[in-house]
Design a protein around this ligand. Structure first.
Ligand SMILES: Cc1cc2nc3c(=O)[nH]c(=O)nc-3n(C[C@H](O)[C@H](O)[C@H](O)COP(=O)(O)O)c2cc1C
Length: 191
């Protein structure tokens, strides 16, 4: 089972980095597997700490792929790190093991602190649709355009029926990115 979360890390110089990741649990350890190259991977290896943010603000997922990353943060409690203000809950992590791999190393963490900040209010189909589109957009150059466009059309039904303001904003950012990509590749084909 994979859970989609927002990972916040710090570089060796203390610069904050915010990125969506799929995490898996291995007993009481968390497994995070970043594809190389990755700023997150560099930060994790340099500082050995991170924060998992469980948030239903899907703008953070869409924003990290579209240049909107200026989200309110506060200091983590027991590690050098930052917590998203929108996190419903968070976990502070320490790196315990690295399984090296040239494409996708596996990093195992232990939870050193966790806290809950706000209640879970139920599933929202538009939030799930934004996450699905974000995954597709993060793989734009690897997937056939027809597949992306047909999934986009299906996911948009949930947006039209169930989105709130945050979901509409996130969807728009991803839509703009998809349209820019389409313009770029049609320009390439004409050249
Ligand atoms: C929902 C979601 C889940 C993702 N999960 C992963 C993941 O498990 N591993 C990974 O390498 N990238 C994943 N990505 C893509 C990264 O977030 C994205 O490439 C990110 O920029 C990582 O590179 P960076 O560390 O240089 O920022 C995911 C993207 C989304 C939208």
């Amino acid at each position: 089972m994979i859970h989609e979360i927002i990972l916040t890390t710090l570089s060796a110089e203390g610069q904050v980095h915010i990125a969506p990741f799929g995490i898996r649990w291995r007993g009481d350890q968390v497994l995070i597997a970043p594809f190389r190259p990755s700023q997150t991977l560099d930060n994790l290896l340099a500082t050995r700490h991170a924060v998992i943010n469980y948030t239903d603000d899907v703008r953070v997922f869409a924003g990290s792929l579209t240049g909107h990353a200026d989200w309110p943060l506060r200091h983590a409690e027991q590690v050098q790190g930052r917590i998203l203000a929108s996190a419903l809950s968070h976990q502070e992590l320490e790196l315990v093991e690295v399984k090296e791999d040239t494409t996708r190393p596996e990093l195992y963490f232990r939870v050193v602190h966790e806290a809950t900040h706000a209640p879970f209010r139920g599933f929202n189909r538009a939030q799930a649709a934004v996450i699905e589109l974000a995954v597709l957009i993060s793989r734009l150059h690897m997937l056939p355009l027809e597949k992306i466009l047909s999934e986009y059309a299906y996911l948009k039904i949930a947006i039209d029926k169930t989105a709130g303001e945050r979901e509409l904003q996130a969807w728009q950012w991803l839509t703009d990115k998809l349209q820019n990509y389409q313009a770029e590749i049609s320009g390439d084909n004409q050249a």
